[in-house]
Design a protein around this ligand. Structure first.
Ligand code: FPP
Length: 245
């Protein structure tokens, strides 16, 4: 997808340009948010779903071409059934809403495990919203290792005996999306938790103690400002350094 010039300037004065096409969010801290308020974890997820809607809308408003959110991991099945059901119910409700006309909603992860009703809803939403200018990837039953194993099995089935990087990249769930430029993790932990390990090779990482239900557009602006303060060399040298060794 071509980068169309984005005339939006954030409140902090940052102008978004082609360096920031893709932001991914690890939405962590729903449980702790609820615990701090003496509420059941499920209410933390409900507030987390509201924060997700707000942040997705904000990213659309400021013209981020690709947004990815980690909604449910392959490891989250270890949680109590009541909590899993609550998260999947929030997702189900989300699938019923009216979507923004500018956004293609896609699901990344192994959705084959869900019941036919949910799978049909997922594919209907993907079909209804396809081909739009912005992309929202929702990672569901997603694990980066499982994604890579899936790619390897596909390559074996295709009979390949030698592969290159693009053979892998093009078969990831993220397929035609550029790698995330910025990965934001809320909730205070400093790790990737099996999220986009291949795609994150050169991503800038931003960690905040803010719990996901408290995530705001101001914090997104802060992460973006931090991103623009970094020097991305992708293993090379700064232009000036490479010209004056
Ligand atoms: C991590 O917080 C969050 C999750 C495992 C679920 C994320 C789900 C949502 C934000 C709501 C549903 C999403 C959509 C797309 C409608 P945690 O429970 O691990 O928090 P903790 O570390 O404080 O326990």
């Amino acid at each position: 997808m071509e980068f169309e010039k984005n005339d939006i300037t954030l409140k902090n004065g940052i102008q978004i340009d082609e360096r920031l096409k893709h932001i991914a969010f690890i939405m962590d801290g729903n449980g702790r948010w609820a615990k701090r308020k003496g509420l059941p974890r499920e209410l933390g997820h409900r507030q987390g779903a509201a924060a997700f809607s707000n942040i997705a809308k904000y990213c659309e408003k400021i013209g981020i071409k690709y947004v990815t959110v980690y909604a449910f991991s392959t490891e989250n099945w270890k949680r109590p059934k009541k909590e899993i059901d609550a998260i999947l119910k929030l997702l189900d409700n989300y699938l019923d809403q009216r979507y923004n006309d500018r956004v293609s909603v896609r699901f990344i992860g192994d959705v084959s495990v869900f019941d036919d009703r949910l799978k049909n809803k997922i594919s209907a939403v993907e079909k209804e919203t396809s081909g739009r200018e912005l992309v929202l990837n929702i990672a569901l039953n997603y694990g980066s290792r499982a994604e890579l194993v899936n790619v390897c099995n596909r390559l074996l089935k295709e009979g390949k005996n030698e592969i290159c990087e693009s053979d892998i990249s093009s078969r990831l769930y993220t397929g035609d999306c550029p790698d995330p430029d910025l990965i934001v993790r809320t909730g205070g932990d400093i790790r990737l938790s099996n999220f986009m390990l291949w795609q994150a090779a050169y991503s800038e990482l931003y960690f905040t103690d803010t719990l996901w239900p408290d995530m705001t557009s101001e914090e997104v602006d802060k992460a973006i400002a931090d991103f623009y303060s970094r020097k991305r060399r992708f293993g090379g040298l700064d232009k000036q350094v490479s010209e004056n060794p």
